[in-house]
Design a protein around this ligand. Structure first.
Ligand SMILES: [Zn+2]
Ligand SMILES: [Zn+2]
Length: 329
């Protein structure tokens, strides 16, 4: 199923708990533009990007929410299917807010019932997807202290078998997900919102970084592009879609692959094996400049979840890692 990728003019998307729709006016049309051109300028390392600036491929949504599993979505899984088909996508991954995020499922339910409720949006989408020959895959988005992680490659049975998942630290999440054959992508790392106390960066506990999120302000995406240039990790894009009735085909983000995904494990492989990933970015991301400072403190953690002492702003400024012991840049 090779689909045409459409040009882009503006975007809507979920914005944290509030899921506000944005409109960005006055933009020229972009379609997919390959990270190869744009992100290199912003610093993203060459090995993690799609090299060919072609306009075709297999386009996948990597970040989206359904109701009632996500408290901030109003859309049943099935409602997305015709819209993503029309938008030219080859498939989608449902990533509802998990236990410590804005889940719409009662956390006091017995574990099995919680998991059943949590997976219902995905299953609803899957059933409709089967009818229409549109692939739907399962993932979730878990929240720590305002930092969010997309988990791919595990399934409902794994959740049922691992009720301790709700007590995981970031490190345990990363280790356990990897041990079970999945992967972790840190979502929208520079987002700022009322529920986010600080920008917590944990690249050592992730297999990839979502550098473009269509629910983000472009400033936050610009920061993420610049930051990813300091890392050696694959980069992804997603819409963070919460509302089928407000979505416009031209506003969506996603990843563009050179082969179709037969199962979610195929996507895990793309990330873990650092296969080429094109990003569908519907609007231009402003090139990062020093004026694009975050309003929140940014803390860079190590693989033990301890602050590294890396000075985030100085590192972004210099384009190289600057630690506490080094003189001011
Ligand atoms: Zn949400
Ligand atoms: Zn999300």
């Amino acid at each position: 199923m090779r689909r045409q990728i459409l040009p882009a003019c503006f975007l809507f998307g979920g914005n944290g708990e509030k899921s506000i729709a944005h409109r960005i006016d006055g933009l020229s049309l972009f379609g997919i533009y390959c990270v190869g051109i744009h992100a290199l300028r912003s610093g993203v390392k060459e090995q993690s990007i799609f090299r060919e600036n072609n306009m075709s491929g297999y386009l996948y949504e990597t970040h989206m929410h359904t109701s009632p599993a996500s408290g901030c979505s109003d859309t049943k899984g099935r409602e997305y299917i015709p819209r993503y088909i029309d938008a030219g996508y080859s498939g989608m991954i449902i990533t509802d807010h998990f236990f410590h995020g804005n889940t719409g499922i009662d956390r006091s339910l017995p574990w099995r019932e919680f998991v059943n409720g949590f997976c219902a949006g995905y299953e609803d989408a899957l059933n409709e997807g089967i009818k229409r020959n549109f692939p739907v895959f399962f993932g979730w988005e878990e929240t720590f202290q305002g930092d969010d992680y997309l988990v791919y490659g595990l399934d409902k049975q794994w959740l049922l078998d691992h009720p301790e998942v709700i007590r995981y630290s970031r490190k345990e999440q990363y280790e356990q997900v990897k041990a079970a054959g999945g992967c972790v992508v840190q979502a929208h790392p520079f987002r700022e919102a009322h529920y986010i106390p600080a920008i917590n960066l944990c690249p050592e506990l992730a297999d990839g970084i979502e550098i473009f999120n269509a629910g983000n302000e472009m400033k936050w995406n610009s920061l993420a592009f610049r930051w990813a240039g300091l890392l050696d990790l694959p980069v992804t894009a997603g819409s963070d879609n919460h509302h089928a009735n407000r979505m416009c085909p031209e506003n969506l983000a996603g990843v563009v692959l050179d082969h179709p995904l037969k199962c979610i494990q195929d996507y895990v492989k793309v990330i873990k094996e650092r296969q080429p990933i094109g990003l569908r970015i519907p609007v231009p991301v402003p090139e990062w400049t020093v004026e694009l400072q975050p309003n929140l403190p940014a803390v860079w953690y190590d693989g033990e979840e301890k602050p590294t002492g890396i000075r985030v702003m100085d590192s972004l400024l210099r384009g190289e890692i600057v630690t506490d012991g080094q003189p001011e840049g």
